[in-house]
Design a protein around this ligand. Structure first.
Ligand code: SF4
Length: 896
């Protein structure tokens, strides 16, 4: 309350026992005061503001202030009294924090509740470490209170879906107080949610058996406990049976599949077809999920990719029978003129077919394949089988690929080079494959040839190395990528042993963690993260973070950019395209620069934002680093694809010329290699270590949180909700439930439209999600036709998005060791996209405060920005630039 309000109160007391004159004076004074109160003077209780002022008074307030909201001085004073250790015993303090937690819990503010209970627990530990009481009574009392706090925190975690944390707290609560029945029930519930049905069954049976010995007088509570335990036991027994049945079923299916695949492999070899790697695993973005198989007549049916390099298009034939000819498919595909054939060149009679010749060679006893990038024409009347049987044809990446060109584009020297009627060699002037390959290995190939013409000679890029960006990387980039490997990480960690001056930091992406969790059969991403954290910390990494905080900042900055663009005066509004996927950015810059580059979001990806935080704000994690220069920090990231290595090596992503924001990117496949190198069989065998935190209140208790929306980061989902609030279209339902994305062409092309009213045909807000190059090509043609209606598009190069990134674990049909035996007892290891997705979806969700408040005030983000000292100058570093590059080497237009 202000001083002006205090004056009359003093006078009321002072009025006792005064004379008439004094009373008159008092009357005049009150009259004047009451009159003055009619005026709207700031700080006074007036007729207009008394309700508001009452709300600020601790005795009359009906709700607690929001974080960041100013509190009245009286409330402040009461709070100090309530929480001051000088005026309160430890029991009273714990009780206060428990009540606060309960109040937040009642209002479903579970994270706040967790904070309050955690504070109570922290105080209890502080107290007991200071006062080692010999009094059993006091210890027991403290333990009981502590048990209640743990149990309550367990409930809050349970409501947030953090079943692992909930289970840990319930265990602690039971340990501290054997009679804590609620904790026992919570423990059993967590077992069920975590699908640990067997553990649940054993636990419930034991508790039911021992329930008669419980030292609880309240018989009703005991009976209720027994009933709940019985119900949980029955539920667990039922689900355990189903789980066992499903496991047996899927193991059988896998054994059957393994057996069939072995048969197919044999058939392929018997036909004299050469192949590299597995026939049932591919990184090719278009082909995933389709593999060679038998039809009902035991004929092999292959997936085949047709590439049209002159127009940058591809076709995918899912089922190409080995006995069918290329002519048949060409007739079928070009019966009507394709939309992209502007010049009408691709008429069936004018089309010619080529394959890329390959040879094998050996380095250090290891057999490798050299791809000559030399095109050999073949007669399209040949069957697929005949082509696959050619001496220098090797199937790579599980899919045969052929190149299709119209006759007029061929610089044909057919007469000089023809070796048979069926096969015609072209481009014979190039060096022999052996010479070229040895140059590739030494990384010596330079751009430009003997003639001085600007001819690009690609290095180690082959179709087999295909990145999500269709392999369009230059030799320089290839070298930069190859510098980032698990060997490099091992070298750096070794160097750290000698040079302790180096600070090594690691950032973990949630998608890569999901893949590792699936591969090593861990129950959650949290579990995988804590084990990875232990592994790398024990190897010498100083700090290990997850990427969610950087993603939060990326989303916030992207919203600033989108809202600014939305308000701009330009008449022809174009969509803003997300640029967090380097596969898409690479394609945009090199293949469709004029169309795509102007539309790309200028906000850096979470990987690079994290790079900036690590190199520039590490002192907020440990204040000893205040004066540490960025060049002393080595930053490693764990990412789901190789394309992220490309992103880390961009010149735009450097702090200065020589200091990168991210020094080395590794992938789940490389973590597997490090585990093998360290002779660790399974991640599961490692202990856990909590992740490190920038102390900005983003992830309480080191718990990993994800944002709502797609597995690629939820950009479209989060920005759409922000846009809806901005446009005053946010309904409670829209803010609190999952968005209903509509399938446009396929499951990788989704859209959502928000209309002002049901009768409106034109949407006010229109967002889309596009995954995979097929859909990206479709986007390009829509943009060319100026018929792209979206405000924002989340674009990912990989089909199904980042959870399906090129360096994630794929289906491993059977255990490599047992592969040779291939008996029906083989132990299958299957890692499906669905498994990875399920783990990702289970992560507790974070977001922006205004989702719940339905206002554009986001106190949490304000606090994060302030604690991280992200002023305008620093935020400018979150922005980047993209370039329109000349088309150089591209697997589609190199030497085809
Ligand atoms: S979609 Fe994700 S995983 Fe795939 S290339 Fe892009 S960033 Fe990498």
């Amino acid at each position: 309350m202000s001083d002006q309000n205090e004056t009359p109160l003093i006078n009321i007391n002072a009025g006792d026992g005064k004379g008439q004159q004094d009373e008159d004076d008092d009357f005049d004074f009150y009259y004047d005061y009451a009159k003055a109160a009619q005026l709207d003077r700031s700080g006074c209780w007036t007729e207009q503001n008394w309700q508001e002022e009452m709300e600020k008074h601790p005795l009359f307030a009906t709700k607690a202030p929001e974080p960041g909201q100013e509190q009245s001085e009286l409330i402040d004073a009461f709070s100090q009294l309530k929480y001051d250790p000088e005026f309160n015993s430890i029991e009273e303090l714990m009780n206060s924090y428990r009540q606060d937690g309960n109040e937040n819990f009642r209002h479903k503010k579970y994270r706040w509740a967790i904070d309050s209970y955690s504070e109570g627990i922290r105080l209890a530990f502080k107290h007991s470490s200071k006062n080692q009481s010999s009094e059993n009574i006091e210890t027991n009392k403290l333990n009981e209170s502590l048990s209640v706090l743990y149990n309550n925190r367990s409930s809050a975690h349970f409501h947030l879906g953090n079943y692992r944390s909930s289970m840990q707290d319930a265990t602690r609560a039971m340990f501290l107080n054997q009679q804590n029945l609620k904790a026992k029930i919570r423990f059993a519930q967590c077992c069920c949610r975590l699908k640990r049905f067997e553990q649940c069954i054993i636990f419930c049976k034991k508790e039911l058996d021992e329930s008669n010995e419980l030292k609880i007088e309240n018989e009703k509570a005991k009976e209720k406990f027994r009933q709940e335990m019985q119900t949980l036991l029955e539920e667990a027994e039922k689900k355990f049976k189903i789980q066992n049945r499903d496991e047996r079923k899927s193991a059988k299916t896998e054994q059957k599949r393994s057996y069939e695949q072995k048969q197919i492999e044999q058939a392929v070899q018997e036909r004299g077809i050469k192949f590299q790697g597995s026939l049932f695993e591919t990184d090719h973005p278009t082909v995933r999920g389709c593999f060679v198989h038998f039809d009902s007549h035991q004929t092999l049916v292959w997936p085949v990719v047709f590439i049209y390099p002159d127009v940058g298009q591809t076709d995918f034939i899912e089922k190409f029978s080995e006995n069918s000819t290329f002519a048949e498919y060409i007739e079928m595909l070009f019966e009507t003129k394709p939309e992209w054939d502007q010049k009408n060149q691709y008429r069936p009679e004018r089309i010619r077919c080529y394959y890329q010749s390959c040879q094998t060679y050996t380095v250090d006893g290891e057999k490798r394949i050299a791809q000559e990038l030399e095109l050999i024409e073949f007669d399209r009347k040949l069957s697929l089988l005949k082509v696959l049987q050619l001496d220098d044809y090797i199937v790579q990446n599980a899919v045969p690929i052929v190149c299709i060109k119209p006759a007029e584009t061929i610089q044909d020297n057919k007469s000089d080079n023809s070796e048979s009627d069926d096969i015609i060699r072209i481009n014979k002037s190039s060096k022999s494959w052996k010479n070229r390959q040895s140059e590739r290995i030494q990384g010596q190939i330079k751009e430009g040839g003997d003639t001085g013409q600007p001819k690009l000679t690609p290095v180690s890029v082959t179709l087999g190395d295909c990145l999500a960006c269709s392999g369009c990387i230059t030799s320089t980039e290839a070298v930069l990528i190859s510098e980032q490997s698990h060997e490099k990480v091992i070298d750096i960690l070794d160097e750290k042993q000698k040079n302790n001056n180096l600070i090594i930091v690691m950032t973990l992406s949630l998608q890569a963690l999901a893949s590792l969790a699936a591969k090593y059969n861990l129950d959650s991403i949290q579990s995988a993260a804590e084990r990875i954290s232990y592994l790398f910390h024990s190897l010498g990494v100083d700090y290990i973070f997850d990427i969610a905080l950087a993603r939060h900042i990326c989303l916030q900055e992207s919203w600033q950019e989108l809202s600014k663009q939305y308000n701009s005066d330009t008449n022809s509004k174009q969509p803003l395209l997300s640029s967090t996927c380097p596969g898409f950015v690479c394609y945009a810059e090199k293949s469709q620069g004029n169309i795509l580059v102007p539309l790309l979001s200028r906000i850096k990806s979470p990987q690079q934002i994290m790079g900036l935080l690590v190199k520039k704000r590490l002192h907020l994690v440990n204040d000893q680093f205040v004066d540490v220069q960025p060049d002393r920090i080595y930053h490693i990231t764990l990412m789901p694809c190789y394309d992220k290595k490309l992103e880390a090596s961009r010149l735009e992503n450097r702090i200065d010329e020589s200091i990168k924001e991210v020094d080395c990117v590794i992938t789940p496949l490389e973590v597997e290699k490090i585990l093998e190198f360290k002779q660790i069989e399974n991640l599961d065998s490692l202990p856990c270590r909590l992740l490190d935190q920038f102390n900005v209140g983003f992830s309480p208790n080191g718990e990993i949180q994800s944002h709502r929306g797609s597995g690629s980061g939820g950009y479209a989902d989060n920005l759409l909700r922000m846009m809806a609030i901005y446009q005053k279209m946010a309904t409670k339902e829209l803010m609190s439930t999952e968005l209903e994305w509509k399938i446009v062409r396929n499951a990788d092309f989704l859209e959502i439209n928000l209309h002002e009213s049901e009768t409106d045909t034109k949407p006010v807000i229109s967002f889309a999600i596009l995954n995979g190059f097929r859909n990206i090509q479709n986007l390009v043609s829509r943009l060319k036709r100026k018929s792209c209606p979206y405000d924002y598009i989340e674009v990912s190069a990989c089909p199904k998005g980042c959870l399906n990134g090129g360096a994630q674990f794929r289906n491993i049909p059977f255990n490599k060791k047992l592969n040779e035996k291939l008996t029906p007892d083989s132990d299958p290891i299957v890692i499906t996209f669905e498994q990875v997705q399920k783990l990702y979806v289970q992560l507790p969700k974070t977001g922006f405060d205004f989702f719940t408040n339905n206002e554009m005030i986001d106190n949490q983000t304000v606090e994060i920005y302030s604690k991280l000292q992200l002023d305008d100058e620093f935020r400018e570093k979150f922005r980047t630039e993209f370039r329109i590059l000349e088309k150089k080497f591209n697997i589609l237009n190199s030497n085809w």
